[in-house]
Design a protein around this ligand. Structure first.
Ligand SMILES: O=P(O)(O)OC[C@H]1O[C@H](O[C@H]2O[C@H](CO)[C@@H](O)[C@H](O)[C@H]2O)[C@H](O)[C@@H](O)[C@@H]1O
Length: 382
């Protein structure tokens, strides 16, 4: 990974991976992303990554979606330290400069709490990269028991939801706390804790039985896509089976295609499969391509839905806080920044990034400190 800091906003790249690449995709579902959000439904794109002439950074920057995809690709646990060209000191300084715009939620904790005073906090937490560190093997992204305790404690005081790109079952398996709200598949599959009734004026619910045999409410916004998603899942498993480092993950209402090398080949394979499905779209995260239904629903919508269902929307005395690390969390940050339910997004990142969040935390260990601080603060109020 190379961090170029000669621009006003330093850009992270995986230049060794892309320096010789050329990818032309016609009539593709690969989206032309803007710098912070990942939304496009354009069917007729011509995307070209030209061979390096003057500088790969410029070439890549000319292709906004690719730039953004690569920028979000490096994962702290996978990064090869030897490839970092900037000195640690420069990196540190760049990070400190960045925190002027996105202050640490720990160092500004008192300021945040002065706003929270007299308000009810509603807490939204992403999973991967926020509650668990990013690791090479997606199935091994375990949460520490200390983090679990921190989440459990915070949920005693504030309504707490986990909002993840993973399937709801998988994230529930990792977290294992039945007292939380869970929104899997980027918010397309929402479950209330047992014993909590969740109602919404527009969306109908189904009642299901959880592992302890108790009733839980489910809100699923993309059920009609399930047969299509299952079909695409099978095709993707088949078409990528010989590509080293690829793992296709079934996230129920969406699919993740993880890649470690050969990303152009993987992108092409994915594109070949989904180009005949106009009702699906492609987004991306850290070394992952994600296929999901073309519906107007994302993590931001899930936050709004949960606030409405909990009767916490448009309330002067509610402060929603969303902590997340990924591109898909930006939708939620934006909702809290610009929407009627004013709150704070907290971006978890050890690298400078452009974000809709207000605050930042470096990594999951700082997230845990933040959760503990919230509990201490709440207890201090008596
Ligand atoms: O919304 P999230 O909870 O942040 O989930 C986003 C994706 O996270 C997982 O992939 C990422 O984390 C893996 C484990 O650390 C890592 O190996 C992978 O490279 C990352 O992309 C998950 O596997 C995906 O399905 C989620 O969509």
């Amino acid at each position: 990974m190379d961090i170029k800091s000669g621009h006003s906003s330093p850009v992270m790249t995986d230049s060794p991976q892309i320096s010789n690449s050329r990818l032309t995709v016609r009539q593709s579902r690969l989206p032309p992303y803007s710098s912070a959000t990942a939304v496009s439904q354009n069917n007729n794109l011509l995307l070209t990554v030209p061979r390096k002439k003057t500088g790969i950074i410029d070439d890549v920057k000319a292709n906004a979606w690719l730039d953004a995809m690569i920028a979000s690709s490096p994962t702290p646990a996978i990064v090869d330290k030897d490839n970092i060209s900037s000195s640690d000191a420069t990196t540190d300084m760049t990070y400190r400069e960045w925190t002027v715009k996105y202050p640490s939620a720990l160092t500004t904790f008192e300021k945040i709490m002065s706003v929270a005073k007299g308000k009810r906090i509603a807490l939204f937490l992403d999973y991967d990269g926020t509650l668990s560190p990013i690791v090479e093997e997606p199935d091994a992204a375990y949460m520490s028991s200390d983090m679990r305790t921190a989440v459990q404690n915070v949920a005693k005081y504030f309504p707490t939801a986990i909002i993840s790109g993973r399937s709801r079952d998988k994230v529930y398996e990792f977290v294992g706390l039945s007292e939380l709200y869970y929104a899997g598949s980027h918010g397309m599959d929402i479950m209330s804790p047992a014993g909590e009734s969740l109602n919404h004026k527009h969306l109908s619910r189904t009642v299901s039985i959880n592992e302890q045999g108790k009733d839980v409410n489910l809100f699923q916004t993309a059920s009609e896509f399930l047969p299509m998603i299952d079909k695409v899942l099978c095709s993707l498993v088949e078409s990528t089976k010989d590509i080293k480092g690829v793992k296709v993950e079934d996230n129920r209402f969406c699919i993740s295609v993880h890649y470690r090398n050969n990303w152009t080949l993987v992108a092409q394979c994915v594109d070949d499969v989904i180009r005949t499905y106009p009702k699906l779209r492609l987004t991306y995260g850290r070394k992952v391509l994600e296929i999901r239904p073309v519906i107007d629903w994302d993590k931001g919508k899930a936050v709004t839905f949960l606030l409405e269902s909990l009767g916490l929307n448009n309330c002067e005395d509610v402060l929603p806080i969303y902590v997340g690390d990924d591109r898909t969390d930006e939708d939620a940050f934006k909702v809290l920044r610009d929407g009627p339910n004013h709150g704070y997004g907290v971006l978890v990142s050890a690298m400078p990034k452009v974000s809709n969040a207000f605050y930042s935390l470096r990594d999951p260990s700082e997230v845990m400190e933040f959760l503990k601080a919230l509990v201490t603060w709440k207890r201090s109020l008596g």
